[in-house]
Structure formats: structure tokens, C-alpha cells
Design a protein. Structure first.
Length: 138
């Protein structure tokens, strides 16, 4: 009984901690149109379905599609880390092939990539701060 009470208290505390103006929502990502997205210095070809864009905290969530053969250059971020969860496809990263179910966290200021889509691939992408993108100089 006390375990349930603790969960209820934790849930209530979390609910009150939500930022002003933020509301819970549900959407069907398949109904969101794909739009092109090209980070500065990256080649064109990526498409995204923007799921959530929190302007106040500058956080975003998106499904990003890599066409087969797309190579994202080695890069880093100075204002955010980001999470990647592979939904479909295969992505070659240094030292690994990411398959559906693979999770990767890229820490702020830590270079990562290059990433190569071995087949059309989709990832769930989430930033934990304002998104910036810097291609690592060779």
C-alpha cells in the first residue's frame, strides 16, 4: 500500500513540475508530413516528422528518415546532447551497426559520426537543449 502511495505522490509532483503553457498531447506520427531538414554543413537528403518543438525550453523530438546511402558527417553540438533510437533500417557508425532497437546518446561537445544509412532508416531523435550542429574540421 505504501508503495502505491509513493508512486502517486511522485506522479503528482511530476505533474505540477510541468512548465507553464505545456500541455500533454497525443498524435499519430504517420499523419505528420515529411519535411526536408538539412543541418548546416550536412548534405541534403534528410527528412523529418517534427513531433514536438518546445520553444520555451528549446527541446525537440522528431522522427528523422535517412535515405539509403546517406552519410552524415562527423559533427558535434555545443548547446545540446541528443538521443537516437533506431526505429527501422541499419545505420553504420564508427565501431557498430545500429539496428532497430539500438539507442545512442551523443553528449554535448563530443564529436560523433560519421553515420551511413546502409538502407532507408528512421530514428526517433530527441534533443536535451537548443539544437546546434558543427561539422568537425578534418
Amino acid at each position: 500500500m505504501s508503495h502505491r502511495f509513493a508512486i502517486a505522490i511522485a506522479f503528482a509532483a511530476f505533474s505540477f513540475a510541468a512548465p507553464a503553457g505545456e500541455k500533454s498531447f497525443l498524435l499519430q506520427s504517420a499523419k505528420i508530413p515529411w519535411t526536408p531538414v538539412t543541418p548546416p554543413g550536412a548534405p541534403p537528403g534528410l527528412m523529418q516528422r517534427l513531433l514536438h518543438d518546445n520553444k520555451e525550453k528549446q527541446l525537440l523530438s522528431a522522427v528523422v528518415r535517412f535515405p539509403k546511402g546517406y552519410v552524415e558527417p562527423r559533427h558535434y553540438h555545443t548547446t545540446c546532447g541528443h538521443s537516437i533510437y533506431v526505429l527501422k533500417g541499419r545505420i553504420k557508425a564508427p565501431g557498430a551497426i545500429w539496428l532497430p532497437g539500438s539507442f545512442h546518446y551523443a553528449a554535448v561537445r563530443e564529436a560523433h559520426g560519421p553515420l551511413e544509412a546502409l538502407e532507408e532508416s528512421e530514428i526517433l531523435f530527441y534533443t536535451d537543449g537548443p539544437f546546434d550542429y558543427h561539422v568537425e574540421k578534418k
